[in-house]
Design a protein around this ligand. Structure first.
Ligand SMILES: *[C@@H]1O[C@H](CO)[C@@H](O)[C@H](O)[C@H]1NC(C)=O
Ligand SMILES: *[C@@H]1O[C@H](CO)[C@@H](O)[C@H](O)[C@H]1NC(C)=O
Length: 200
């Protein structure tokens, strides 16, 4: 029986396929270059992002009575800093909680804050808390703090920052603060420990 040999059309690469391949290559190279630009930008810009830090504090009062009530007054100086030479920064939604042994003593808040290029603004807080009820464990912790002459409070919270870039653009940052504020109860001196939203 005679068989017909059927041959398909010659398998030659269609010019459209070449065209698409070239376009894809160009897109891939563009994506890689964009990635490098973003990475280098990050390295250059990152050390200068607006940040929040505690520059100073003092323990003005610390007293606990037999009923297990703690009285304290703490002054805290929080600095909003913008090291950028070209852009003005706005800090907003500034909100930190001050705690002792898990007990919330105060909330430190502030409205929007304008910080010029290469400048900073200080927020001075005086937290007074006159009757914080302590459980027996917490009373013991206060006694231990007196003995060690070190007492520690927790400061934790966030602030948002924004650089204005040109008339419309802006770059946003989240500042996160989570630190222990330590003092000598004997004289109320702040024991300086790095307390900053800067990651490095
Ligand atoms: C920190 O605050 C205390 C008490 O307010 C003050 O005596 C001291 O000079 C301040 N230290 C700095 C470095 O600002
Ligand atoms: C406070 O007390 C601590 C520990 O006793 C001491 O190291 C520090 O120098 C004192 N600070 C002042 C300002 O007296």
């Amino acid at each position: 029986m005679p068989r017909k040999l059927i041959r398909g059309p010659q398998r030659r690469t269609h010019p459209l396929v070449w065209f698409l391949a070239i376009i894809c290559t160009i897109i891939a190279i563009a994506v890689i270059i964009a990635g490098i630009v973003v990475f280098v930008g990050y390295i250059v810009i990152h050390p200068r992002v607006p940040f929040i830090s505690v520059t100073n504090a003092s323990l003005d009062l610390l007293q606990n009575d037999l009923a297990g009530l703690l009285q304290t007054q703490i002054s805290i100086n929080v600095r909003a800093e913008n090291d950028n030479q070209k852009a003005h920064a706005t800090f907003s939604d500034i909100r930190f909680a001050l705690r002792f042994q898990g007990i919330k003593i105060a909330e430190l808040v502030a409205g929007p804050l304008e910080v010029n290029k290469r400048s900073y603004q200080d927020l001075h807080y005086v937290v007074q808390s006159l009757s914080i009820p302590l459980n027996p464990d917490q009373v013991e912790e206060v006694d231990l703090s007196w003995k060690r002459n070190v007492i520690s409070f927790e400061l934790k919270g966030n602030a948002r920052a924004r650089w204005r870039v040109g008339p419309l653009g802006s770059v946003k940052f989240q500042n996160h603060l989570n630190c222990q504020l330590k003092f000598h109860p004997s004289n109320g001196t702040y024991i300086n420990s790095r307390c900053s939203s800067k990651s490095t």
